[in-house]
Design a protein around this ligand. Structure first.
Ligand code: SF4
Ligand code: FES
Length: 249
């Protein structure tokens, strides 16, 4: 069992001035997940009549991408290739101080405490992250289209992006290039995605710029903190797609 000091960002709403609050936790089991530890903190706060800490979560198994916490200066905490909900308290030591902040970026405004508005990602996705399929009954069986194994694997790897925003929170420029490039790449590599490829990359990149994300300066921090191991090669692919689409357009 561990005793911990938590320094947690508290902010009542988007317009309020936030600040760090300090809470003591005792008897924390190393087998707890980080979010279970946060649940215990909130139960204790409620018992004391204090507003519990607002934080996002849904699946708690690394799929939904909601649990956007910046822990000890790292998106999703000190472990690699996992989300905050998959982080376990055994990664910390008795007596540790843990700093917990929201994902910070101009395009991710704080809603309350650790909860941020990532609807900018939804709008980028809506700008082109889809394939239009005629569902009139004449739809071609996807299995009837042969796809090179190399391309299928690369597309699958890109499609693993869960839209968590860790790449943005980690980047010193708050760039969304890793996210957008994953969403562009998963279609760019497949024949089904070729039809709308030009519009897709132009529209998604334009939307990304409109949302106020910063520029990519090839720092590579996004790739290190991405819980799904999305590769920087997707950014190179998107840049090629964008250049080709710009010349074509
Ligand atoms: S690229 Fe990685 S870090 Fe960025 S949104 Fe997708 S899964 Fe999250
Ligand atoms: S709660 Fe779904 S990925 Fe963490």
């Amino acid at each position: 069992m561990m005793n911990l000091t938590l320094k947690v960002w508290r902010q009542a709403n988007a317009d309020a001035k936030g600040k760090m609050e300090t809470y003591q936790m005792s008897e924390v089991s190393p087998d707890m997940s980080f979010l279970e530890m946060m649940d215990v903190l909130n139960e204790e706060l409620i018992e004391k009549g204090i507003d519990p800490v607002a934080f996002d979560h849904d699946c708690r198994e690394g799929i939904c991408g909601m649990c956007s916490m910046f822990i000890n200066g790292e998106a999703h905490g000190p472990d690699r290739l996992i989300t905050t909900c998959q982080l376990h308290m055994r990664k910390f030591k008795d007596g540790d101080t843990i700093t917990i902040e929201p994902f910070r970026a101009k395009a991710f405004p704080v809603i309350k405490d650790l909860t941020v508005d990532r609807s900018s990602f939804d709008r980028i996705q809506q700008a082109g992250g889809f394939v239009s399929v005629n569902t009139s009954g004449n739809t071609q069986d996807a299995n009837a289209i042969p796809i090179d194994k190399y391309d299928a694997d690369k597309a699958f790897d890109a499609a693993a992006c869960i839209g968590c925003g860790a790449c943005v929170a980690t980047c010193k420029n708050a760039s969304a290039m890793l996210f957008v490039s994953a969403k562009v790449s998963q279609y760019a590599l497949l024949p089904q995605g070729k039809v709308e490829a030009t519009d897709r990359v132009l529209n998604m990149v334009n939307q990304m710029d409109e949302e106020g994300f910063g520029n990519c300066t090839n720092t590579g921090a996004c790739e290190v903190e991405c819980p799904k191991g999305i590769s920087l090669e997707n950014i190179a692919r998107m840049n090629r797609e964008y250049l080709y689409a710009s010349l074509k357009g």
